[in-house]
Design a binder for this molecule. Structure first.
Ligand SMILES: [Zn+2]
Length: 251
């Protein structure tokens, strides 16, 4: 039973991943509800259902448009597969629980924001505004350990990132500030600090690798939201374990 449901989560994850790609690419330019079917970015041709099967279509067409043969962005299958796998892992790990619900909501927040930031260097306000009430509702229903801890987490996140933006001029923007604040609310102050540390660590390591590979183009800006998302997922799945491990050094 559990295996079957886990598999269903994977299939739904792939389909939702495909939808999150569309959300991430369309929300920033206000065309999400424009009623247009999915089309090829290059030749503008409307895609048939055979070209819209998550991951599979991309593999079958060897990553190219059927008609104009132009390359399709790797972002599509990667995000579809990521959503499928994350949904599967979440259900496999937490079963029917509020933790699974939180995980799925978190994936639904992170994937479109990551797509948006990679494609446009933007974290859409509309996405944050859509998800904030849902997370607030979730924390009212399932406070951990209390609603005030969540508010404290949000305040700490806002304060910390605000000061860093003031001191660093550039690097992080208002979008990152709002995104971090929401995550502070979701995770509370202690796990948020860990999340912030992990996000900057991911960003710094990747930044150094890119600089080495491209022999130091310092002017190049890197979207930061993907690291925030990756850090949030790390904390969601492993935060408590990391914290226990860290605290064991002091006991
Ligand atoms: Zn095309």
């Amino acid at each position: 039973m559990h295996t079957t449901v886990t598999f269903i989560f994977f299939i739904y994850g792939l389909v939702f991943g495909s939808f999150f790609n569309v959300v991430g690419l369309r929300v920033p330019n206000g065309t999400l509800f424009a009623q247009t079917r999915s089309y090829c970015d290059t030749c503008q041709r409307t895609l048939t259902w055979k070209e819209l099967i998550p991951v599979w279509s991309f593999l079958r067409q060897r990553g190219r448009c059927k008609k104009c043969k132009e390359k399709i962005s790797l972002l599509y299958p990667i995000m579809e597969l990521a959503t499928g796998l994350l949904a599967t892992i979440t259900f496999y790990q937490y079963g029917w629980s509020e933790q699974t619900f939180l995980g799925l909501l978190l994936i639904a927040l992170i994937i479109p924001i990551t797509v948006s930031d990679i494609a446009y260097r933007k974290i859409p306000n509309k996405l944050l505004l859509f998800f904030t009430p849902l997370f607030i509702l979730l924390r009212i229903l399932y406070p951990q350990p209390s609603f005030w801890i969540s508010l404290l987490g949000a305040s700490l996140a806002f304060g910390l990132v605000f000061v860093i933006i003031l001191l660093s001029n550039g690097g992080m923007g208002a979008g990152d500030l709002k995104y971090f604040t929401l995550l502070g609310f979701i995770f509370g102050p202690v796990l948020f600090l860990l999340l912030f540390f992990v996000a900057t660590l991911y960003g710094a390591v990747t930044g150094m690798l890119i600089m080495k590979l491209k022999s130091g183009n310092r002017k190049m800006t890197i979207p930061f939201a993907p690291y925030i998302g990756l850090a949030a997922l790390t904390i969601f799945y492993f935060g408590e374990t990391i914290l226990q491990w860290y605290l064991s050094f002091f006991s």
